[in-house]
Each structure stands twice: as C-alpha cells, then as structure tokens.
Write a protein that binds this ligand. Sequence first.
Ligand code: 13P
Ligand code: SF4
Length: 301
Amino acid sequence: MNELQKEIVRLKAEKNAIILGHNYQRLEVQEVSDFLGDSYGLSVQASKTKADVIVFCGVDFMAESAKILNPEKVVLHPNLNSRCPMAGMVDAKSLRELKAEHPGAPVVSYVNTSAEVKAESDICCTSANAVKIVQSLPDRKVIFVPDTNLGLFVKRYVKNKELIFWPGYCPTHVAITKERLMAVKKEHPNAEILVHPECTPDVIDYADFAFSTEGIIKHVMGSPKKEFIIGTEENMIHRLKKEAPSKTYYAVPGATCPNMREISLENVRDSLTKAQFKIEIPEDIIRRAKIPLERMISAGR
Ligand code: 13P
Ligand code: SF4
C-alpha cells in the first residue's frame, strides 16, 4: 500500500467508516475497499453494515441506494461527477406518464435509476436477478425501465410476459460490438467470451455467457477454462486477477466507463477528512424508494 492508501485505512478506522467499491473501480480504489461487488452485493452489504459512515465508490445511483437503505447513516460519495448516464435516461415524470398508459402494470426498475424513479416503482432488480424478479410477478404485462438491452435479455427467459420497455441503454456496453469481440476471439481462439446483460442481443448471442459482474467472477472461479474475453468494463480484470490469478483475461478495446473511473484515492481521502459529499434524499422519496429496493434484496440473486 502507498502512503495515501495507508492514510485512508487509518481514517476509516478513526471514523468507523466502511468503503464499498464496485467491481469497475480503479485498482488503487479497489485496494482500499472493504467490500467489492456488483450492484446486488453492494446493496446487501449496505443494508447490513454496522459502520457509522459508508463511503461509496461507485456511480451516483449506487450511493443513493446505500442512503435509501440506511437513512440514519452518513453516506458519502467521493466524487459527484461519477454518474451513470443510463440512470439519467429516465425521470419520475416520464415514468408516471408511462404508468398512466398501462394502468395496473407493475414497474420493475433496474437499480441504475434515480431515487425518484425507484419511488415510482414496484420492485427493483439488478442484472444478477432481473430474470428472477420479472418471473416472480403474477402480472402478464410488466413495465421494465430503463435498460432495453437488459429487458430483452430478460425476455429470453420469460416468454409468457409482455414487457413494456424504455429506450435507455448503457453507452459502455453498447460499444462492445460483435465485431470487436470477434477480433479479440480471432487472436485468442481458445478463450471463452463472457459479457454483461447490458450488451446488445447480437453480442449476447455471440458470447458464451452473460452474467452480472459478480456472476462473471463466480463463473471464472468455477470454470476449468484458462482464458477469458471479458465483455464488460476493463477494470473488472483487476478483480479477476486477484480472485483467479492463474487464468488469463483479454479486454475488449474501448470497454471503459469513464463515469466509474472518476473516483480517485485523493477523492476518497478528502471524502473521509471533510465528510464530503453527503448524499441527501428527501424523506418522502426515501420512504417510497426503500420498498422496491428491499423487495429486490429479499428476492435474492
Ligand atoms: P453489476 O450489477 O453487474 O455490477 O452492473 C452494474 C453496472 O453498472 C453495469 O454496467
Ligand atoms: Fe452506467 Fe454503463 Fe457505466 Fe454501468 S457501465 S455505470 S450502466 S454507464
């Protein structure tokens, strides 16, 4: 650990703080995190931590979810520029209009949404449990926001349902094209292709498997294969090298999420010393958004 990382570890203990880090964080930030995971795993950790302060190293909606689950705790987001563009593609007003067009249809919102959108939803999901959540609903017609590609992935497994989509997408994952994957595969023909369900349907068809980020790690750890093409944010490879160091990983050119990479060690240190930037959400929104988030957590992976 470098001096800055040691200072962060000391500050964490002094403030009784925990650092939750997403699998896409920079390596040096991953190294000071107490828990690394996908959106589902991080929500679970946030819901059960005994720490007084949560420093969330991930994009805005992840820090907001931690606050919704822990309204009494201080939740800090070290860099407010770390925002998920997909979460910004749907707002509460537009969702209310969509709901009015489909009376009675429940709303499943991907956790990549604002607190206000969650407050308008019946249940949340992550990429780790989207199929299970949609399947669990008794209704035939379901509104699914905002990621159309994740929705189309779900649709493969729930043929009996009518899904109403929203035109949202992840700029990072749509840039992982089939052509780019084919070029990497040509160089490494024995490598298995693993992608994220936010990828487009043709990419998912071409890949060997599609999983959430933590699902990719679990799959690699349990697989007899030795080489993998990682069709998601390249920083995932740090985690994979740590968990399964004897295997080889190939990134897809251009697979980066600049928003996830905004948070630096300096930001984390300043977050702890200056208690910045505190996530504040109106009480009424927290009360309503907590219901779909807690439903999602109790549904499991
Ligand atoms: P995971 O929940 O799979 O970690 O995905 C979060 C995300 O933002 C993917 O782009
Ligand atoms: Fe949002 Fe995509 Fe970045 Fe994930 S990878 S945080 S969905 S922009």
